[in-house]
Write a protein that binds this ligand. Structure first.
Ligand code: CMC
Length: 427
């Protein structure tokens, strides 16, 4: 391809540089386009627009490939721990044994929350959705940890990243406990990240949580699968919020708010509801017909980027089987519905034509339910895992010399300037 693209507009030809990444499609650099053409580009939903340069995550949606810092998601999910992946995303390389030990120690020793923070939860109604609690509570972190909100200090940026990765499970477990009406459980430093989280969720004063290596590994793997996903809606929200110079805790709260939507992180909750609604295998054809009639979408299917099987869905399906076997729920009727729905959809022309494949959320709902979480917690778990991706992307942006405040333009189609109408003259 030539090194410049040419756009002819208003009798003028504008040369636009073509930028090359290490892999993936080339990118036409339109930064000077407005100054030279006096026109904007129009791209609602950013389907053709790269909003930043990044070295963190690469997705080839046609081939179904997801790499973090060059490593395949399947290999990371099989061979790494979540904290290994956190270090990789934050620092760019997998840690050696000494680095891992130090990182794990740092995260473990930041898991406690300020005592006063606990009282903050009492302000929410008992029936508050845990995601509503998460949005408020994480935003409130900036009111408790002022000493790590100076975004121009690299050390404070790293401390805020550590605090967020460490405290998210504690906040999420408290949101769960508050929602279920049980007392809060404090973190314990002798447990791993996933063990600690499961214990804070499932231990009660009358009975401590019993560790189960299969379930702990599944939780850790689910965290790995959700750790980062390039410039998706919530990550772009975090970057946009951060571009104004907002502190990292406020930016992550913005990301959580965006993640809540059913087209994004809320999809696993919706996917499980859908499987429950279908209920039995014989109802699938009727349900599929409703999708084709465009009455609703098949939740957990389709993706803006993947036009192939989502590589995270492959690992999630395997994890789902392992968890159901461990908890003695191999014959879960919802799993039967999911497997059959997947089989039918993958052989149906409607879905083939539109390249609609299962995404990570298709099996995560059944798996999380088997781990003991109610549907309201699913997106919360996604937020716990995605925090490292958000903060790594935020940090990368702040450290990029080319970064500017994000300020998209618009195609205005509203009223032209007109005289003000006093109230007694209004129709
Ligand atoms: N079920 C049925 N049809 C679908 C679906 C679906 N889940 N997704 C897309 N389509 C159809 C859509 O109707 C359209 O058909 P046509 O060209 O005939 O009008 C075509 O596929 C393209 O759809 P689109 O809306 O232009 O695609 P998009 O890239 O804007 O949407 C998506 C991506 C994820 C929002 C969408 O696939 C969807 O709503 N999926 C269900 C929700 C879901 O599972 N979300 C989780 C995404 S993975 C986790 C995450 O990253 O947060």
């Amino acid at each position: 391809m030539a090194d410049t693209a040419k756009i002819s507009i208003g009798g003028k030809t504008i040369d636009l540089p073509i930028l090359k990444g290490t892999t993936g499609p080339d990118v036409v650099d339109i930064r000077k386009y407005y100054a030279e053409s006096d026109t904007f580009t129009y791209d609602p939903g950013f389907t053709s627009t790269a909003s930043c340069e990044s070295k963190i995550t690469y997705i080839d949606g046609d081939a179904g490939i997801l790499l973090h810092r060059g490593y395949k998601i399947g290999e990371l999910a099989e061979q790494s721990t979540f904290l290994d992946v956190c270090y990789l995303l934050l620092h760019g390389e997998l840690p050696n044994a000494a680095q891992y030990e130090e990182f794990e120690h740092t995260i473990t020793y930041h898991t406690m929350l300020h005592e006063q923070f606990d009282r903050f939860f009492q302000g929410f109604r008992r029936d508050a959705h845990p995601m509503a609690i998460m949005t408020g509570a994480v935003g409130a972190l900036s009111a408790f940890y002022h000493d790590s909100t100076d975004i121009n200090d690299p050390e404070q940026r790293m401390i805020s990243a550590h605090r967020l990765i460490a405290k998210m499970p504690t906040i999420a477990a408290r949101a769960f406990k508050y929602f279920t009406g049980q007392p809060f459980v404090h973190p314990r430093n002798d447990l791993s990240y996933a063990e600690n989280f499961l214990r804070m969720c499932f231990s009660v004063p009358a009975e401590d949580w019993k560790p189960n290596p299969v379930l702990t590994r599944a939780m850790d793997r689910i965290f790995i699968l959700h750790a980062d996903h390039e410039q998706n809606a919530s990550t772009s929200t975090v970057r946009l919020a951060g571009s104004s110079g907002a502190n990292p805790f406020a930016c992550i709260a913005a990301g959580i708010a965006c993640l809540w939507g059913p087209a994004h992180g809320g999809a696993n909750e919706e996917a499980l509801n859908m499987l429950k609604e279908i209920g039995t295998v014989d109802k699938i054809p009727e349900y599929i017909q409703g999708v084709k009639d465009r009455r609703y979408r098949l939740m957990g299917f389709g993706h803006r980027v993947y036009k192939n099987y989502d590589p995270r869905a492959t690992v999630m399906q395997k994890t789902c089987h392992e968890v159901l076997k461990e908890v003695g729920d191999e014959n879960d009727p919802l799993l039967k519905v999911a497997l059959e729905l997947e089989r039918i959809a993958l052989s149906d022309e409607y879905f083939i034509e539109r390249k609609l494949y299962p995404n990570v959320d298709f099996y995560s709902g059944i798996t999380l339910r088997a781990l003991g979480f109610p549907a309201e917690m699913f997106t919360v778990l996604f937020a716990v895992a995605r925090t490292v991706g958000w903060i790594s992307q935020w940090k990368e942006m702040i450290e990029d010399p080319a970064y500017k405040i994000g300020r998209p333009r618009q195609l205005y189609t509203g009223a032209l300037e007109r005289p003000y109408v006093p109230v007694d003259k209004r129709p």
